[in-house]
Design a protein around this ligand. Sequence first.
Ligand SMILES: NC(=O)c1ccc[n+]([C@@H]2O[C@H](COP(=O)([O-])OP(=O)(O)OC[C@H]3O[C@@H](n4cnc5c(N)ncnc54)[C@H](OP(=O)(O)O)[C@@H]3O)[C@@H](O)[C@H]2O)c1
Length: 337
Amino acid sequence: MKKVRILIIGFGVIGSGVARAISEKREFISDKYGIDFEVVGIGERDGCIVCPEGIDAMEAYKLKQDGTLNKHPCWKDGVSSIDLIKGANADIVIEATPTNINSGEPGLSHMMAAFNTKKHVVTSNKGPLTIAFQKLKKTAEKNGVQFRFEAAVGGAMPVLNLVRETLQANEILSIEGILNGTCNYILTRMSTEGLPYEHVLSEAQELGIAEADPTYDVDGIDTACKLVILANAILGMNVSYKDADVTGITQISPGALKLASDDGYVIKLIGEIKDRNRPRVAPRLVPKDHPLAVGGTLNVISLRTDLAGEITVTGKGAGAIETSSSILSDLISIYKA
Ligand SMILES: NC(=O)c1ccc[n+]([C@@H]2O[C@H](COP(=O)([O-])OP(=O)(O)OC[C@H]3O[C@@H](n4cnc5c(N)ncnc54)[C@H](OP(=O)(O)O)[C@@H]3O)[C@@H](O)[C@H]2O)c1
């Protein structure tokens, strides 16, 4: 049995959800792959839990839900996540702090500290990847450790690992898809119920599908960030968020959606990269029976390949348990070989 010592940095929706999934899947994974995942540290903004002999991940999850993580017997007030990463005897860092597309921080420093102390990184955090992809990749390579980020694009949807493992003989020629569940939810309801944008947005906010400040989603920024990650990771490009051409969904009217529908189309916010040209995010007409015409909060990605032709995957782009599927997949694939 291979024991793998894990640090979880950022113990919010995703970080604590992964702790729960590790706890629930520990036996399944050890039986199937001979790998025993043990959480030995948890980093939060205001302190850390450090426990070399192992943390009960389900207990930590429950304490977080109750807002009492700092009552854990191994809690250390004020110890920074950077110090935890540098000092802990651990093999791998799961980085799940908030996305920051301006500086990439705090995730960027966490990832660099992990690589420089020979720890693998698995992350759901888009920020560092959209502004410093090459630097992170090179630092991981220099230190002989792995850098995996399936969860950063499309939550549960397997796209990076699909390309890495299953489509490995293919050249990927173009990528297009719906990469933001909030926009897809808003457009789907506007279209099917004939409702105005503001109305659906406020209901989406009440349901927790849209943020109080929805700018990042509805202006297409989130889609562009994910597209940039795909461009760098799958197409081998060297682009950042600033290279993308981005239009969001705020100007789409119920009238435009009705006209489109009468002609057999839906309007979707599509991110696309064709022939290694500039990443582009914009509302586009999609035939109702096209594979990209998925509804609700679903995400979808279509890859055009030289051998396999068109490959399309769809799935949930967010959610703690769904996203933990991608994080666990990355963790297992680092150690499975
Ligand atoms: N939620 C999803 O469904 C989803 C899906 C795919 C990807 N993602 C990405 O995954 C990441 C985490 O998302 P989330 O929904 O879990 O966010 P979240 O609930 O806001 O959790 C982030 C956690 O990181 C903590 N944090 C902030 N600064 C920190 C620091 N310097 N050191 C250690 N911890 C720090 C936060 O603490 P405070 O609360 O004290 O600030 C919070 O507990 C984001 O980058 C997000 O874009 C999320």
